[in-house]
Design a protein around this ligand. Structure first.
Ligand code: AMP
Ligand code: MG
Length: 345
């Protein structure tokens, strides 16, 4: 299959109509969103959604997120409640996914047999318009091959999906850079299953009763059941071994300079540390306090390090608060818990 990559804006009506036609016809399309690129299919077409799993090499027990154009469109696919609309008022459209009991119209292949469905209303103008033009909700996981870092540019999608899907819409680099915050809700409580741009602190302004799944910051214990099936897989893994350095205990710059003398490694330093290095291979992550920029660059850096054939990557151990929790969560999955410094050894 030939894969077309088409540059688009929200005004590219002809191309977006063609993409909508493909979706309605059961094909897969690479779609820009504000978080990462998605691999979209008609969420009401069980067969089309099974092809998402094939294209990604995704385990069949890991359910998909269903994307809608307006918060109230959740009514046709899920049993909503008052809390959902409170969250929608504040955070939709935007990078928040809400898990609720599913309606029968959603095929089992989308939810991996679960009786709940994950719903998100993207803010990205192209994604939102494509859903409206398609006239159906769009099931879309991240558009990478399973186990690769999520794609944040159309070129990343092309690298993973060339020859596998007919069309990729190139809407430029994604603004957020990591996947949406995923929460499950009851009438009066929220459980955070995956951290993202919408933080625990922001959610607690809407609901007092909020908890964070232990899988956000820790590995599952043997035999423990994941609330969100995606959490149990080794995710976002670059080919190089990623090491996280706790810079409260280890001087990041001198440690990595020493390592660089003998190892084929990439150093993910802060922008302000750059001038302390000489000819080392640096991939600056953004300013020390600019967590938004660090989030935006994260997956691109992990992919670039692989493209260079790096054997090791050294990065700062991120904080677990605010927006940094999203980086922490992705990094500990990518590093297989290789943390250096302090009680970590
Ligand atoms: P992705 O689409 O690749 O960003 O992954 C979607 C994430 O949402 C995965 O971690 C899934 O396991 C999770 N997810 C989707 N639907 C559900 C559901 N019904 N219940 C729990 N987790 C879900
Ligand atoms: Mg994914």
């Amino acid at each position: 299959m030939k894969t077309e990559v088409l540059e688009v804006t929200e005004k590219s009506d002809n191309i977006l109509m063609r993409a909508a036609e493909l979706i309605r016809g059961g094909a897969l399309v690479g779609i820009p969103t504000e978080t990462v690129y998605g691999l979209g299919a008609n969420a009401l077409d069980g067969e089309a959604c099974l092809n998402i799993f094939k294209a990604k090499g995704r385990p069949a027990d890991n359910p998909l997120i269903v994307h809608i154009a307006r918060a109230e469109d959740a009514e046709s696919i899920a049993y909503t409640n008052e809390l959902y609309y409170k969250l929608a008022d504040r955070f939709m459209p935007g990078p928040l996914t809400v898990i609720m009991p599913k309606k029968d119209i959603i095929p089992d292949s989308v939810t991996a047999g679960l009786d709940s469905v994950a719903v998100r209303c993207p803010e990205h103008k192209i994604a939102n318009k494509l859903i409206k033009l398609s006239g159906v909700p769009i099931a879309a996981p991240s558009a990478n091959r399973s186990g690769m870092p999520s794609p944040t540019t159309a070129q990343h999608v092309y690298k993973d999906m060339d020859g596998i899907i007919p069309m990729i819409l190139d809407g430029g680099a994604c603004e957020v850079g990591v996947e949406s915050t995923v929460i499950s809700i009851t009438d009066n409580s929220i459980t955070v299953l995956r951290p993202g741009r919408v933080t625990v602190e922001m959610l607690s302004e809407v609901c007092d009763n909020i908890s964070v799944s232990s899988a956000v910051t820790e590995e599952l214990k043997p035999g423990e059941k994941a609330l969100s099936p995606g959490m149990k897989y080794k995710h976002y893994a670059p080919k190089a071994d990623l090491y996280l350095i706790d810079d409260r205990y280890i001087d990041f710059v001198s440690f990595t300079k020493e390592k660089h003398k003998t190892e084929k490694c990439v150093i993910m330093c802060y922008d302000e540390e750059k001038e302390q290095y000489e000819n080392e291979t640096l991939m600056p992550v953004g300013g020390k306090n600019d967590v938004k920029e660090q989030t935006k660059r994260l997956f691109n850096i992990l992919r670039s390090a692989d493209d260079m054939g790096a054997e090791k990557i050294y990065a700062h151990l991120p904080d677990k608060t605010g927006e940094a929790l999203a980086i922490y969560n992705r990094m500990i999955r990518a590093c297989a818990h290789r943390i250096l410094g302090g009680e970590n050894g």
